[in-house]
Design a protein around this ligand. Structure first.
Ligand code: ZN
Length: 285
């Protein structure tokens, strides 16, 4: 499998500057689809020859005869988890200077993350078209929060320092929301299903991404950032696909609009909780 970032000085590449949030979203979803396809092909046959060429403008990396520094002009601001298995530029097949990326364990919103997003909204708004919140399956930070929720007496053991406890505490809100959604859908006895913990982790990952995107959407509106979309999605470590467990099997949806109101989060939770993927997890022993 070869993924090649190719700069051809004889084929000038127009700087990719999508004119709308919808176009920016389409570019990311297309990039992720191509990445999934090449990985899937390699998974079927390790010796299969598959090459993905990403045309790029090396001048943005500083390959410029004049040696001048490029101006920062991303079209996406992304808040994602620090997990080493979730590299946003590779997932979406993008390159330098296209994505303003803020990564923190559990993709939680603290003061520094919020300030970084505000910076992008204020100072990079000429080219910025989209704000993305990207969670991922099997998130360790969310797993820690789920374990604290299920065994609160072990909070000190899981959150060994004040800073770790602070991060876990932020994640307890989506965990509570996910737990309530599962109980509303499947009854109180859902907590005794064999795969309850695993299902709660994946539900909470989705709820965390959705709730964070809701917060950032409000932030975007308060900055008067018209024309900038806010979306969320979850990266599946097993399939490399960005989407939600509620996506139709075999379908490819990609990124979802951030909820406009807190009430809009409820149907998202219900849809995920009813999905085949979450039901399968609940039944796993
Ligand atoms: Zn994570």
């Amino acid at each position: 499998m070869d993924i090649i970032y190719r700069f051809d000085p004889d084929v000038p590449l127009d700087r990719l500057q999508p004119e709308s949030a919808a176009k920016a979203r389409e570019i990311l979803e297309t990039g992720n689809r191509r990445f999934c396809e090449i990985v899937a092909k390699t998974q079927c046959d390790h010796h299969a020859e598959s090459t993905l060429i990403v045309p790029c403008d090396a001048r943005l990396l500083g390959v410029d005869p004049g040696g001048s520094a490029p101006r920062q002009e991303p079209f996406v601001a992304l808040v994602g988890c620090a997990d080493a298995r979730v590299p946003p530029q590779m997932i979406f097949q993008r390159m330098s200077n296209e994505m303003f990326i803020i990564r923190v364990a559990g993709n939680v919103i603290g003061e520094e993350v919020l300030a970084s997003v505000e910076y992008a909204l204020e100072h990079l708004r000429d080219g910025l078209r989209l704000v993305v919140v990207l969670g991922h399956t099997g998130c360790g930070a969310v797993t820690a929060a789920v374990d604290v929720y299920l065994r609160p007496l072990r909070f000190d053991e899981i959150g060994s320092t004040r800073s770790v406890r602070s991060l876990v505490y932020k994640l307890l809100f989506p965990v509570h929301g996910a737990a309530r959604a599962l109980e509303n859908l499947w009854g109180d006895e859902v907590t005794s299903r064999p795969g309850y913990r695993a299902a709660l982790i994946e539900m909470a990952v989705c709820m965390n991404a959705a709730e964070t995107s809701y917060q950032l959407r409000r932030e975007s509106v308060s900055h008067g950032a018209t024309g900038i979309g806010v979306v969320f999605g979850v990266y599946d470590l097993a399939t490399q696909r960005v989407g939600l467990p509620s996506d139709a099997p075999g379908g490819f949806v990609g990124l979802y609009d951030a909820p406009e109101t807190a009430e809009d989060i409820v149907p998202i939770a219900e849809s995920i909780g009813r999905s085949e993927a979450i039901r399968a997890l609940l039944d796993e022993g």
